[in-house]
Design a protein around this ligand. Sequence first.
Ligand code: TXA
Ligand code: MG
Length: 316
Amino acid sequence: MTSEPEAARLIANAAQALSDGGLVAFPTETVYGLGADATNGRAVASIYKAKGRPRFNPLIAHVAETEQALALGRFDTRSQKLARAFWPGPLTLVVPASENCPVHDLARAGLPTVALRVPSHPVARALLTEFGGPVVAPSANRSGHVSPTRAGHVADDLGEFVRVILDGGPTQIGVESTVILCLPDEPVRMLRPGGLSRRDIEEVLGERLADKPDEVLAPGMLAQHYAPDARVRLKAEDAEEGEAWLGFGPEAGLGGHGVAHLNLSPSGDLAEAAANLFAYLRELDALSPSAIAVAAIPMTGLGEAINDRLARAALR
Ligand code: TXA
Ligand code: MG
């Protein structure tokens, strides 16, 4: 346990590192983020460098309060409804940037839109409150790697690049935020399934979500992503010789011939499975199996995000 004055000192120190243009890794309720001052072009550039990420990938700007986020973009009634219902929480809204939006062009990849999120994790909120301004933060992993859900994952991937890693323990949700695009005169679209389910969003919106447009508006949707080194075999019945087994639910095979087996959720709870997903993929990958065989996961609720990440991990 960290004492209260000690925690306050760590937060102040991290906020100072951001002001100095440094990178700070911090926990959110979804995954750990690699944060930089959103208004500082050099700091933003160092994120792309650290991640080894293609330049054109736009980043999410995080702020402490919903009101702050509302000032950074142009929200219509639909996006405002979603903001009020789900912030703070695992939702990212992509909206037209406000006229004087301070989020740097580089972080927006030159787009007229801006991606905004108000995370609910107490450590993220403390950092954002102390810093005051928007902090851009992709997931704190090397580009194409599995996202970090523990402080140790960040240290493994990016240790040499970050000034501070704030350790908030394992993240609660375990998959990234749901990314929603809300443009005037267009249906609301889901760009990336994530920690907030389609159903919850549609319920508040009062309409069905449209799919992402065909052109690549969200390069984060680019095929290969979230990939372990090992090949990933989906909807497996059981592990073959030399494979590692990642099961789900009580009926999941036991990984009979496998070199190792883990179960995302023996009780079949999708929230638990999401929280374990990236850590278990990393754990099995570290054993260098011939492949990671993964049991079928239902498509309901958080299952949509889990299956999306697994499908990308399986792409070669
Ligand atoms: O849960 C999360 O969202 C985590 C935590 C740290 O907040 N962050 C995260 O960031 O996953 P990142 O950079 O890995 O993913 C950002 C997603 C990408 O799919 C990106 O293409 C999309 O948001 N995005 C950002 N700005 C956009 C824009 N202006 N238009 C369309 N998509 C955008
Ligand atoms: Mg990512």
